[in-house]
Design a protein around this ligand. Structure first.
Ligand code: PEP
Ligand code: MG
Length: 601
């Protein structure tokens, strides 16, 4: 077997440990009939499996409550209820009485229930399909006598490398960080939300390995290098030593960079920059606040909902937002309203729409559910009383959406006033430019929006028609494509004409090479992953605006992303030549992926 499995870098860091293989996939079931005199035994076998599955779910719920929280554990409460549903149990037993084997009977019922839920007009029911799949895997594994595939059985301190096909919300909430040192998945890319979450949690991760789960037996040891996107199976002692040496060197370099990260964010000619950070979970805000950031450029609020069975109430949301605001004491904190949908379905959901990325996602879902949205808006306005909060709307395509949000904000203000709550009514309202529609028509927003923030992850996806999470398309996800650069330039120009700040908060900005181009296109505010910030600040402090402008012009003038990359890389190396050799080396193609990076670059 090939020992070096290559995937895509998702979250930097090196770890070594035993492989924990998690095959969380629905097993194949052969349709099978039993004899009349076997029916009683089949019924007993089904009931035993049902009891065992419920006992295991209770255990999972308890463990999740302990290390992730009660709210996160609710997802398993819901699954327990489903498994105890009398009509579900009745239907399975009905099929068994018709002489179907227990696993065949259960599988038939699950297929029918999933089909029914999937077609339901009720979105909450559609989102339950993921829970049904979880139950299907759990019960069928028991009935078929397959190995225990549950991730929760890892003892603390195992330091295992979890290898799985894809990370679903229900698996994510079970991740015990004291037992799991690294993550490796067959699916996903560096801009898929698994990767974003792994970075937030600080767990080294490689995604897009394609077939790691079928190549591995689960008995191996491995070394994972999240920055390079490799998983080395059964490494020799020398290989492990080599990886650990590199980890130490990186740690030393990062410590040096962090020490300088408190310097002001400027370009070499003194022109001011705003370097903010992306915060995905409130718990990371205190650490992120010490990364030398000038504020938060994007808080992805949907991560506080991920994997939960119910939306957090107003007070819980208020506390989460307030924590981030207070950690950044007075600096700008841009909080984005829920971007639920696409590959970010909460409440155990798998995408249940035919085209989730073109579907009922983000602002569309929020505007269609004013009650749910109202809770978030009120929590945000209350958190705004504690600092410089700015609201950001995801996946906007038309100015009508911004106007509707303003009306809902008015409602939220009235409710809070009537309640005598402590809040701030006047909060800037920004629009994410992450669809070609919003970029091309950016000028139509300037009267109604207070700022723009370009979401390059989606802008690249929608402009190039490349699914950001599809491993087969990862090398086609090219932010330096002329179409993308032109849309960014157009947005910057529309913003400048309307006197609006235009920032970039997609992963593109975390990569120094791309940030150099963005600065050249006129961007002066970037929001990046906290880990990427120190080096980015260092590079930008070494390059003058004029060099960035020249690079951007050259990149816009060529026909392909690959050509643009070659030119820009040469120009950045020349512009940043004052940097010490070790840091200049980080700008090399194979080193740059030490940092979160979009697509192939
Ligand atoms: C983006 O699309 O670039 C972005 C920042 O939002 P998200 O990655 O959460 O979709
Ligand atoms: Mg987006």
């Amino acid at each position: 077997m090939e020992r070096v499995l290559r995937g895509l870098p998702a979250s930097p860091g090196i770890c070594a440990g035993p492989v924990h293989l998690l095959r969380w996939e629905v097993p194949e079931v052969e349709p099978r009939l039993v004899r009349d005199d076997e029916v009683a035994a089949e019924l007993a076998r089904w009931r035993t499996a049902l009891d065992a599955a419920r006992a295991r779910l209770r255990l999972v719920r308890e463990r999740t409550a302990q290390h992730a929280g009660e709210a996160e554990a609710m997802i398993f409460e819901v699954q327990l209820e489903m498994l105890g549903d009398t009509s579900l149990v009745g239907e399975v037993e009905g099929f068994i009485r018709e002489r179907r084997a227990a696993e065949h009977a259960f599988d038939l019922v699950m297929l029918e229930w999933k089909r029914r839920f999937d077609r339901s007009p009720n979105p909450m029911l559609r989102e339950r399909v993921g829970d049904l799949t979880d139950l299907q895997i759990r019960v069928l594994s028991l009935l078929l006598g397959l190995p225990d595939r549950d991730p929760v059985v890892l003892p603390k301190g195992t330091q295992a490398i979890l290898v799985t096909h894809d990370l679903t919300p229900s698996l994510t909430v079970q991740l015990d960080r004291e037992a799991i040192a690294g993550l490796a998945t067959d699916e996903g890319t560096s801009t898929s939300h698994v990767a974003i979450l792994a970075r937030s949690l600080g767990i080294p991760a490689v995604v897009g390995l394609r077939d790691a789960t079928s190549r591995l037996a689960g008995t191996e040891r491995a070394v994972l290098d999240g920055a390079r996107g490799v998983l080395v199976v059964n490494p020799s002692d020398e290989e492990v030593a080599g990886f650990l040496r590199r980890a130490e060197e990186t740690a030393v370099l990062e410590a040096e960079l962090r020490a300088q990260a408190q310097l002001p964010s400027t370009l070499a000619d003194g022109e001011a920059m705003q370097l903010r950070v992306n915060v995905d979970i409130p718990e990371e805000s205190e650490l992120a606040a010490h990364s030398g950031a000038d504020g938060v450029g994007l808080m992805r609020t949907e991560f506080i909902v991920l994997g939960r069975a119910q939306m957090p109430d107003e007070d819980e949301q208020y506390r989460a937002y307030r924590r981030v605001v207070e950690a950044f004491g007075g600096k700008p904190v841009v909080i984005r309203t829920f971007d639920i949908g696409g590959d970010k379905l909460p409440v155990g959901g798998f995408p249940s729409e035919p085209n989730p990325f073109l579907g009922w996602r983000a602002i569309r879902m929020c505007l269609d559910q004013p009650e749910l949205f109202g809770v978030q808006l009120r929590a945000l306005l209350r958190a705004a009383a504690h600092g410089d909060v700015r609201l950001l709307l995801p996946l906007v395509v038309s100015v009508d959406e911004v106007r509707e949000v303003r009306a809902l904000l008015g409602d939220a203000v009235r409710v809070l006033q009537a309640r005598g709550a402590n809040f701030r009514a006047a909060v800037p309202l920004g629009v994410m430019i992450e669809t070609p529609a919003a970029a091309v028509a950016a000028d139509t927003f300037v009267q109604d929006a207070d700022f723009f923030s370009i979401g390059t992850n989606d802008l690249v996806q929608y402009t190039l028609a490349v699914d950001r999470g599809n491993v087969n398309l990862a090398d086609r996800f090219t932010p330096l494509h002329p179409a993308v650069l032109r849309l960014i330039r157009q947005t910057v120009q529309a913003g400048a004409r309307g006197g609006l700040e235009v920032s970039v908060c997609g992963e593109m900005g975390s990569n120094p090479l791309m940030a150099f181009v963005l600065v050249g296109l006129g961007i002066r505010t970037l929001s990046v992953s906290p880990r990427a910030l120190p080096f980015l600040k260092r590079v930008l402090r070494a390059v003058p605006a004029s060099a960035a402008r020249e690079a951007a012009e050259a990149a816009c003038a060529v026909g392909t992303a690959a050509e643009a990359e070659r030119i820009v890389r040469r120009q950045l190396r020349a512009a940043a030549r004052e940097l010490p050799a070790a840091e200049l080396g980080l700008l090399d193609p194979d080193q740059l992926d030490m940092f979160p990076r979009p697509g192939s670059i």
